[in-house]
Design a protein around this ligand. Structure first.
Ligand code: SF4
Length: 329
């Protein structure tokens, strides 16, 4: 099968099966650039189904780059609340400010300029180049990577390294409809070449897939070591009020509201009989002891009424700790 045939087959499948996603329906070129930028930043480390409602609300409240460049941080973070990785939102605003002042509110269409924008790395730059400017590049997200590993049956550490995966992506060819082609590859990975049970009978390229021939769909991943860290959190709660502090101490959720907490050693964690929970942030497995105190001390921080939680920007991490503490008498 030639490269042209592969891209035509995948595009044909895409034209008949693509999802109706809100960022695929811009009204004009300017809106298209804005939608691509916002959706690609939201989709970094977050799944499509989670992003959809956030995207719809975000572009409704902040409909273009100019407004984004001037939005106040409280509103910005409120719209991002629950999506996690809040630095993305702050960088998105910085990018908007830069584009408005230096690029006449347009997104540049070359890799070097894109990579200089805050929070826009190699992957997102390539995604913008292909999806917005129809350039013949393939940004390799998790879905495309899985697809490539299965089609070419990549099994060894050498075969699954980044350079080799990029090399293999060239074998899928390019298209004059590159923006659709890239989306079709992502869509095929997401809807058909699923992580657990790929729907090979529905796959337009099953005849060239080595994993399909071998009936072996296992995906080999690079080993990414998780770190385990131990903490003790103090939940001061009295008459619907809690004490939170601005996190200036830890690298996770920097400058966000968290409960006062300290890192402890694992012996203290395992020997404690208090309430315990685990929360994963990035590659840190956090094991947390929860101390409940029913008096709010005179301590530096912010006292918040729990009935007004929704007016505050409180990370899911903090809400989860509060839920766990509340579920224990
Ligand atoms: S044939 Fe199956 S394993 Fe191969 S690419 Fe298609 S869905 Fe994935």
């Amino acid at each position: 099968m030639t490269n042209q045939n592969i891209s035509n087959k995948i595009l044909h499948w895409y034209d008949n099966n693509k999802r109706d996603l809100p960022w695929r329906k811009p009204k004009n070129k300017k809106q298209s650039e804005y939608f691509t930028l916002v959706s690609e930043v939201m989709l970094q480390q977050t799944q499509v189904s989670t992003v959809v409602p956030y995207f719809i609300r975000f572009v409704h409240e902040i409909p273009n780059l100019k407004i984004l460049s001037r939005v106040n941080n409280k509103k910005l973070l409120k719209l991002w609340e629950g999506l996690g990785y809040y630095t993305r939102a702050k960088n998105l605003k910085k990018t908007a400010q830069f584009l408005v002042s230096k690029f006449k509110s347009k997104i540049p269409n070359d890799l070097n300029s894109l990579k200089k924008l805050p929070g826009i790395g190699d992957y997102t730059s390539k995604a913008i180049l292909s999806l917005e400017f129809n350039k013949k590049v393939i940004p390799i997200d998790g879905n495309i990577e899985r697809l490539l590993k299965r089609i070419f049956f990549l099994r060894t550490i050498k075969e699954i390294n980044k350079e080799n995966i990029i090399k293999k992506s060239h074998l899928l060819g390019y298209s004059n409809r590159q923006r659709d082609y890239v989306q079709s590859l992502m869509e095929l990975g997401s809807l058909i070449c699923k992580p657990k049970q790929p729907l090979c009978n529905l796959c337009p390229i099953n005849s060239l897939c080595i994993s399909f021939k071998k009936k072996n769909f296992e995906i080999i991943k690079k080993f990414k070591k998780n770190k385990t860290k131990y903490f003790e959190a103090n939940i001061y709660y009295s008459k619907n009020k809690i004490l939170l502090i601005k996190n200036e101490k830890y690298n996770f959720l920097k400058n966000h509201l968290i409960f006062p907490m300290d890192e402890i050693n694992k012996y203290k964690f395992f020997s404690s009989s208090k309430i315990k929970t685990s929360i994963k942030i990035s590659n840190i497995d956090m094991k947390i002891i929860i101390n409940k105190n029913n008096k709010i001390p005179n301590k530096k921080g912010k006292v918040i009424n729990t009935n007004k939680f929704k007016h505050e920007i409180i990370p899911s991490f903090t809400k989860k700790l509060f839920r766990v503490a509340s579920s224990h008498q």
